[in-house]
Design a protein around this ligand. Sequence first.
Ligand code: AMP
Ligand code: MG
Length: 418
Amino acid sequence: MTQLTDDCFAFGGKLLPVAEALAMLDARVGAVAEREEIDLGAADGRVLAADLEAAIASPPHDNVAVDGYALRFADLSTTGDTDLRLAGRAAAGHPLAGRIAPGTAVRVFTGAVLPAGADCVVMQEDIRLDAGTITVPVGLKAGANRRLAGEDVAAGAVALAAGARLRPQEIALAAAIGHDRLPVFRRLRLGVFSTGDEIQEPGTALRPGAVYDANRHMLMALARQLPVDVVDLGILADDRATITRRLGEAAADLDVLVTSGGVSTGEEDHVKAAVEAQGALHFWRIAIKPGRPLALGTIAGTAFIGLPGNPVAAMVCFLRFARPLILKRAGARDLAPALFRVAAGFSHKKKPDRREWVRARLARGGDGGLCARKFERQGSGIISSLVQSDGLVEIAEDVTRLEPGTMVDFLPFSEVMR
Ligand code: AMP
Ligand code: MG
């Protein structure tokens, strides 16, 4: 799927539960079609576009896990010490030519190929060495201190599946099985606008009635954690003609267009009309707090995400809805962040039938477990509440009150921001 269709985000229902909203995004948004091959050194954060098979096993050969002596388990006495004559040496990168002879041991070092015929290794600390003979105490286990070829990944196995986001550990595995170039989805192009006559760029003296643009810089920073190239589109005044023209121009060149503000139902909220005029727009009345409304649409096949203007709501909606949408479009498979169970360190009342996010900081409770302390001022414009928090307590739809000690789901910011 190269372009998104206009009915991609169509939704006619009343109040949409979060799980349904996320399932709809997952079902309706496809990955961009284009792929490319890149060097391992440029792979961090990218999304694998094809299953990666192990051209060779990892490790490629049976090898030695400790500095010591390789030997044949069959040579060891089961009742007492065993003397073995030293014959040969194998260091990492320098395999022993030939096989280990019965009744002998080979001096080996970590990472050396296990000499042919040997099947275990005794640590150098555990033996006595005397005139070319080692004495091995009773009790060494079969296969001790040996790493088998392919114990990490077997030759021919799928080591990494398409859709995997490449973290340092995925890059390590790809390298270990011999890949120097990786097939990945192309990076998305994502643009960010702010909207509002009152929104002003920092670095200039504040006009009367204005506020500095916090959202655009936050959203661009959030997007940069994803496999996207970010385009800074600046601030749009509350003028329908200008918004319409600028959104249209920008969309032509982008995969994802993100705006904040201007999507409420006030008469100065022109984004809705601007998107509708040249594509399709759907208001998703998702049952959440904070964050309503979230507007989703398409302009000429480009995904449009209209976030709320209040910075806290913009961030929560970005993390919980825009991020999985963008990841899906970028080809990724695992879209849902991990939530962690922690104890609530506060009491809280809420309406049923909607999901709520409470900004909180983690502290170590008396029992040694983690406890989420709610930031006192939860207003949707309180940016310091985001700064002072480690993440979001996510309170399920059916919950109406929390007491200290109630176990809750916690979404650490570190889980959704690299
Ligand atoms: P709106 O959704 O346009 O009605 O905006 C809701 C609130 O968010 C208003 O108080 C706006 O001033 C504020 N707001 C909108 N955009 C931004 C922005 N880019 N940075 C900071 N505050 C904003
Ligand atoms: Mg506005």
